[in-house]
Design a binder for this molecule. Structure first.
Ligand code: ACO
Length: 319
């Protein structure tokens, strides 16, 4: 009999400090009206000095573990999706492992930017299906505000910080039904932070994006991944109960919902409250909708994400 990964607990954490669109009006030449109209974003949470990505990951993980009724020591795999690690190394997964005081289990980061969480979930699912792990902690955690040029109005208004986590457990019943992960590195120039070990480490490097082109690519790519996921599972659009999309822009989210013929009350939207938290956006949104009782056991959920690289992917699951 097949093994599946079931989500047995979810958790989310947002830093306390909030920046509204009006607050940003005091920093750069923008307006609440422009930001809401183009993106749907009203506010975002941002880390203060001293707060770290691994700390956000820890708080979200503790909430997910509590919801799962597990002690940290019962976890045998940690996968953290992040593009804003505390350090170049060790991985944020190892820093999280230390914070949770877990020793010995496999722990590593996945770097797929805004598609990071679907990548991490897909990878953890493979470990569980193969029998290599029984209980996995899968986290998306980001401090995107530290990658932004706060003088660049085209990017500074779009992002926020936070973390979301799920605990997966091996089960004979679904569970994650399928994951579909893709990348095309030929689009690196459209969305990137050019700094790194290979470049000049003394220079500041910030997120650069050709927003308009990214927008168009993300709409067409996400519509394609919906088709691919349904076809691979012999399912109809009407089989999907909930869409939990990456939260980059309400206009992108609406386009994917239209593709699925899903009314917006079947789509979990947090972009207004959280902005784009990159790898954290899907698990944060999923946690919100599980905790407020919208997503119920037995319902079919489609998660999909698109990010720099480009990377993109989906996870279809029965909750
Ligand atoms: N406030 C006011 N005006 C602004 C702002 C701002 N914050 N930013 C840009 N503008 C102006 C521009 O200067 C331009 O002015 P002009 O017409 O006088 O030249 C005008 O608004 C239109 O700019 P566009 O860039 O064409 O606006 P667009 O409709 O494309 O919206 C946006 C921009 C919101 C960034 C959109 O392109 C978008 O959401 N892109 C996708 C982002 C995304 O999905 N990212 C996902 C991956 S992120 C990751 O992987 C890390």
């Amino acid at each position: 009999m097949s093994l599946y990964s079931r989500i047995i607990g979810t958790g989310g954490f947002l830093p306390e400090s909030v920046l509204t669109n009006r607050d940003i009006e005091d920093i750069i030449d923008t307006s609440d009206e422009w930001i809401r109209g183009r993106t749907g974003i009203r506010k975002r949470h941002v880390v203060r000095d001293g707060e770290s990505c691994s700390e956000l990951a820890e708080f979200a993980s503790r909430r997910a573990l509590e919801a799962a009724g597990l002690e940290p020591a019962e976890i045998d795999l940690i996968v953290v999706a992040t593009t804003t690690p505390d350090q170049i190394f060790p991985s944020t997964a190892c820093l999280l492992q230390r914070r949770l005081d877990i020793r010995g289990c496999c722990a590593f980061d996945v770097q797929a930017v805004c598609a990071g969480f679907v990548y991490a979930l897909g990878v953890a699912d493979q470990f569980i299906r193969a029998g290599s792990a029984r209980r996995a902690l899968v986290v998306g955690a980001e401090t995107m505000s530290r990658l932004l040029d706060w003088q660049d109005r085209a990017t500074a208004v779009l992002f926020g910080d936070g973390a979301g986590a799920v605990v997966l457990e091996a089960d004979r019943n679904p569970g994650i039904i399928s994951s579909h992960l893709h990348a095309d590195g030929s689009y690196v120039d459209l969305l990137q932070v050019p700094g790194g070990i290979g470049g000049d480490r003394n220079e500041d490097h910030y997120l650069e994006m050709k927003g308009n082109e990214v927008f168009k690519m993300s709409v067409t790519t996400l519509c394609r991944i919906v088709d691919e996921t349904l076809k691979a599972n012999g399912m109809q659009k009407s089989d999907i109960d909930w869409l939990v999309p990456h939260q980059a822009n309400i206009r992108i989210i609406r386009a994917t919902a239209r593709k699925l013929d899903l009314p917006m009350d079947r789509v979990v939207v947090t972009v207004d409250e959280h902005a784009n938290t990159s790898a954290a956006s899907i698990p944060l949104a999923f946690d919100v909708a599980v905790r407020d009782g919208r997503i119920r056991r037995g319902e079919t959920v489609l998660m999909e994400g698109f990010g720099a690289g480009f990377t993109w992917g989906s996870v279809l699951l029965e909750y």
